[in-house]
Design a protein. Sequence first.
Length: 697
Amino acid sequence: MKFSNPANLFLLAISASQVATARPSKTYTEMYRPQFHFSPAKNWMNDPNGLVYDDGTYHLYFQYNPGGTTWGAMSWGHASSRDLTHWTEHPVALQARGFPDNITEMFFSGTVVIDEHNTSGFGRRGKTPWIAMYTSYYPIEQVLPSGKHIRKDQQAQSIAYSLDKGMTWTTYDAENPVIAEPPARYQDQVLEFRDPSVFWHDATHRWIAVVSLAKLHKILIYTSHDLKHWDLASEFGPANAVGGVWECPSIFPLSLDGSSDVKWVLMLGLNPGGPPGTVGSGTQYIVGNFDGTTFTADTDSIHDGGAPEGSVIFEDFEGEKTFAERGWTATGDLTNASPAKGTLAGQNPVTGFLGEQLLNTFLNGDATTGTLSSTPFEISHKYINFLVGGGSNTNETAIRLKVDGRTVHTSAGSNSEGLTWQSWDVTAVEGKEGVIEISDNATGGWGHINVDQISFSNMRATNNVANWLDWGPDFYAALGFNGLPRDQRTVIAWMNNWQYGGVIPTDPWRSAMTIPRHLALKTIDGKAALVQEPAGKWKALTRGGRVFTFRRVDGGIRELGRLGKTLQIELTFARDKSSTFGIAVAANRDYTSETRVGYDFSTQEVFIDRTRSGNVSFDNTFASVYRAPLSVGADGTVSLRVFVDWSSVEVFGGEGEATITSQIFPEKDAVYGRLFSTGGSTNDVKLRVKEVDSAWR
């Protein structure tokens, strides 16, 4: 369709002659400025948008506030790269209409496709049109140039096109929004209808758009022949994690194990309700099939979570009895205490417990101290499972298993009121007599512990209410590049969290993107799972390198000295008697500030501990420990790949089936590192450390 009235077109951004490279702010050397992750020179950034690859160049659009370092005036920023490592920032691509003083439309998240066959009709003089489909957010009631009446705060789906490879854009004002409202049965969701993801479906020769009904945990699937007129084809959801709104959905195909068997992956942002142990946002995925109209999930990709069927309950803390009347030996302030109701006076509800009661030592605030010891019992199953929350210090707020008077397993919370499942593998002491001890020796912040539903079974309990793409707190709104071959699926995520994103201590910018990651689909433990590996030209940035080899690291610390601030680390090791092993990075000279990356052999989890990572004062949930399940390799070793930047740590475990992404804000002299082995020695340690040069210089 051609327009007869040019006045109906709204040309955003700037002309091609004005496009110029944005100069790095202070050569990108401000405190906490990422050196090999993309961040804008200044102002606020959140979700990646419109990722597209064309003619050797990767284009990254992103949610951007051109007027400040907090969320607002949502526009599309723009950057490009030839290698996914070095980025050039361009002027704003789609700027909030009426910015700064009279905003009538903001440009929320969406995608970009290259309309190679000009199905839209926007192409001219042989120029291939690029089409951006995005959510228009209208802060005021109005009648648009298209004649459509829009309500205050309405969210609707609109398009724009570019004829100069994404440098300038023209909105389709004659007809926008092209999907004005959700279906009639969901009319009450018109304020929560967003984030279209568009792709071409070869088998049906149609465009597909996936749009979220955020609060209903549904995605709507639309089809189109021209990107202008859309028909509703089907819907999917709710499923798996629904602790917050669903946002930023996308569907894409991947070969399973590199074979001809192609599966489809639905990727979803969730806020709040992210991975267990985190607060705020996260990204989940579901594997299934897509026939051009309907997405159908694989049964083994849908989760319920919790304790295994047939578990034997040892203690659930229900009923009116005190701890002593239940057979527990109590000391200190717990001597005459009883289990707590799920919601305690003076504090927030405790989440994740089962039934009406749980053990919570927050009785006299965090001043309460004491211990509880169970009656002895025979260890008759392979696993002891339980829910735990509260403080993360295993020396002070912990649940322990003791056998013959010796502690053989210890667990704690993650500085969160939320309880998550943890499991101890007790096959080595099966048949022996054990005692469970729960202790609170801490006062002050997070000086309490929550425990519920201690049970025995021959299978691990699981927190898997979802398949998490990343188990850390700072991986959200992940999106893949259109324009790449199917099995070169490459994604980027927003490296921040809605829990504290607006107050992280950075200036004059706020937020960065993760390392770009290649996705593959592999069969792990009998089902299809996503694995990730870093993408980009890393060899161009890494230099030097130190190799450390230790046949044995005894319990305690092994100093490594000065390592640097930007690091690529490869670490492999095997268990001897240790309970945890890992590396402390981004540490100051006396290690009063450090970030620990390691592996817990008792729970088979990789973890990042940022409780003492530097500045954690801006949010009371930030200082926490984050965990991801990771089995020991077939050869008996654990492999970790760690990337440390000036304000982040990203961990890839095993083949990339377990990843954790975490921001940190370390002290200025945080360049030291050391190995740690707790509970005994660790064998066959191999460590390679390379410094990573700045991508901005």
